[in-house]
Design a protein around this ligand. Structure first.
Ligand code: FAS
Ligand code: PHB
Length: 390
């Protein structure tokens, strides 16, 4: 088959770009290696920057997000036996974030693609991009015994950290930067009333904890665990007991516990691949960069990639202007690295590091004391958390 843009990966990055391009009449085909059920079974991000929410509305996919999502104008940091609130609205010049699960957002994007006759091909196996530096790139994939081919102008690698796209860039061209953290997050989803109307990030000597939510009847909690831990080692009771130990007494006392409906451990890493373009291949989202989820930048870093790619492809097809495509990698990476910095800072501030010394712990306490004594510091945190401009 022939199309203008072939998108590899049916996660939020690929789907959002596919829908945005479609609405502007730019023909595209999306290849996803798994079934839709498999993709939608993954529990991931929960906080959307205002820029991401705006893109969802522009893609005509924001209606349920606006109806069911929650606008959050602040969050708490629990530390040293106290709770301090970060006023996002005040310190970001009136912005906020939307709390709405990535699973729901991905569902909305799939439904939009269905509604608009999108060409989304699931269970596309052995997807392989070819001739990426030629003017006639193409992508092959296997459906059962048949090898199918998609001829296109551009290939978008939105296939996540483990995808095929980044690996299609020659090793002597690609530069990878990685930082692996010596711990992971054990996450639990439970049909319980959230312990707090706003998120609580907790720094505790036993380890980091996070109280988040998906709705007023669906809570999402995390605790920092050693990389050697497995989900099987953590009963629900053990999880709830440890979470409470890391929270202020008054929060722990009102915690509503219940059976976990999802429980998983995610390792924490910071990762960036440069460049994000090679020939007519453009990387977007987790295919090019990963952050520890502490600053809620993962999914949101994908948003600016999609925004830049969408406008660059629009300029190419509508005005013959290729400046956006030429500048994509540099422009996307400039914002990606700022999200990397913020995520690293939040992670370093709030987690306990196995090899830390007393001096490090004093610095963490001082960083928090400075944060809540300085409007400038809170403005910096707030502008990063609600999302730097695209
Ligand atoms: P995705 O990985 O979501 O999607 C890529 C898609 O490509 C997948 O559907 C995959 O099946 C498909 N694919 C892969 N290889 C392919 C191939 N060869 N051919 C075809 N298709 C292929 N971010 C936050 O902001 N907050 C969080 O709390 C948070 N928690 C996370 C927990 C986990 C366990 C993980 C892994 C990530 C988490 N993230 C979080 C980050 C996450 O939300 C990503 O930023 C987001 O999924 C990025 O979306 P995509 O770029 O679309 O990549
Ligand atoms: C979540 O709700 O899953 C979530 C929220 C904020 C984060 C990370 C995860 O920083």
């Amino acid at each position: 088959m022939k199309t203008k843009v072939c998108i590899i990966g049916g996660g939020p990055s690929g789907l959002l770009l596919s829908q945005l391009l479609h609405l502007k009449g730019i023909d595209n085909v999306l290849l996803e290696k798994h079934s839709r059920e498999y993709v939608l079974a993954r529990i991931r991000a929960g906080v959307l920057e205002h820029g991401f929410a705006k893109l969802m509305r522009e893609a005509q996919c924001g209606e349920r997000m606006d109806r069911e999502g929650e606008i959050h104008e602040g969050f708490f940091i629990a530390h040293d036996g106290r709770m301090d609130r970060v006023d996002l609205h005040k310190y970001s010049g009136g912005n906020s974030v939307v709390v709405y699960g990535q699973t729901e957002l991905t569902k909305d994007l799939y439904e939009a693609r269905d509604r608009t006759g999108g060409q989304v091909i699931h269970n596309a196996e052995d997807v392989k991009p070819h001739d990426l530096t030629s003017s006639t790139p193409y992508v092959t994939y296997r459906r059962g015994d048949d090898i199918e081919r998609v001829d296109c102008d551009y290939v978008i690698g939105a296939d996540g950290f483990h995808g095929v796209s980044r690996k299609s860039i020659p090793k002597d061209v690609l530069k990878e930067y990685e930082k692996v953290y010596p711990f992971g997050w054990l996450g639990v989803l439970s049909r319980t009333k959230p312990v707090s109307p706003e998120l609580i990030y907790a720094r505790h000597e036993r380890g980091f904890a996070l109280c988040s939510l998906r709705s007023q009847v669906l809570s999402r909690y995390y605790i920092q665990v050693p990389l050697t831990d497995t989900v099987e080692q953590w009963s629900d009771d053990a999880f709830w007991a440890e979470l409470k130990r890391r929270l202020p007494d008054e929060v722990a006392a009102r915690m509503v516990t219940g059976p976990s409906i999802e429980k998983s451990i995610a390792p924490l890493r910071s990762f960036v691949a440069e460049p994000m373009r090679w020939g007519n291949l453009f990387l977007a989202g987790d295919a090019a960069h990963i952050v520890p989820p502490t600053g809620a930048r993962g999914l949101n870093s994908a948003a600016s990639d999609i925004y830049y790619l969408y406008h660059a492809l629009l300029a190419h097809y509508q005005q013959g202007d290729d400046s956006g495509l030429e500048n994509y990698s540099a422009k996307a990476l400039a914002r990606v690295w700022k999200a990397q910095r913020f995520s690293w800072w939040m992670t370093t501030l709030l987690h306990t590091f196995p090899d830390s010394i007393e001096y490090d712990r004093k610095l963490q306490q001082t960083d928090l004391a400075y944060l809540f004594s300085s409007e400038a510091a809170q403005r910096s945190l707030a502008e990063n958390y609600v999302g730097l401009p695209f």
